[in-house]
Design a protein around this ligand. Structure first.
Ligand code: COA
Length: 159
């Protein structure tokens, strides 16, 4: 069972369905809505966070899944997907708060007796500095993820 942690408003857990609108509008506007559902959306341990002030609309989203990087058997690995902030609200720190929430959650899942775990994502090259600012490092070369474009693997050790 995943360990639950408390989040403070305006960052709060949301459902996978709650993520669809921003995933579609911000991340995959040229793809069908069905492409905005991810295979592990409902898997055990998955967490979706939203940025929402009061009863207002969800202005930012971020998800984390218990999933190892390709060709890795790391058992204690967590993958970030679907980081998106409403374009009208980008650059106000919402994304950084959501990412911090995911880091806190993945860190809480660590067993102190095990080797440090890993948090990773396929990040768009355009936003690499956003992840680097929160302790992630680029691993390997730039690769293409059609139809979205160039990506890099970004990793952060969980302690
Ligand atoms: C990437 C994204 C989630 C960041 O959320 P945000 O709320 O706009 O970012 P924040 O305001 O929290 O920025 C935090 C830091 O990252 C930096 N940053 C954010 N976006 C950046 C970008 N595109 N390029 C460079 N730096 C960026 C900010 O300058 C800020 O640095 P600072 O603390 O030194 O000022 C958001 O801009 C977004 O949805 N972008 C479009 C979708 C996207 O590319 N998602 C990522 C897919 S991998």
């Amino acid at each position: 069972m995943p360990k639950e942690i408390r989040f403070e408003a305006p960052v709060q857990p949301i459902s996978a369905d709650d993520c669809l609108d921003l995933r579609h509008r911000v991340l995959r506007p040229n793809q069908p809505l069905s492409a905005c559902r991810y295979p592990l959306d409902e898997a055990p341990g998955t967490l979706h966070l939203g940025y929402r002030e009061g009863d207002g609309p969800i202005l930012g989203i971020a998800s984390v899944f218990h999933e190892a990087p390709p060709e890795s058997s790391a058992g204690n690995a967590w993958r970030i997907r679907g980081m998106a902030v409403d374009p009208a609200y980008q650059g106000r720190g919402f994304g950084a708060l959501l990412l911090k929430g995911l880091i806190d959650y993945a860190t809480a899942q660590q067993n102190p007796d095990d080797p440090p775990g890993l948090l990773w994502c396929n990040g768009r090259t355009t936003v690499e500095p956003f992840y680097v600012a929160q302790g992630f490092s680029r691993v390997g070369d730039i690769f293409d993820l059609p139809p979205i474009g160039p990506h890099v693997v970004l990793e952060r050790v969980l302690r």
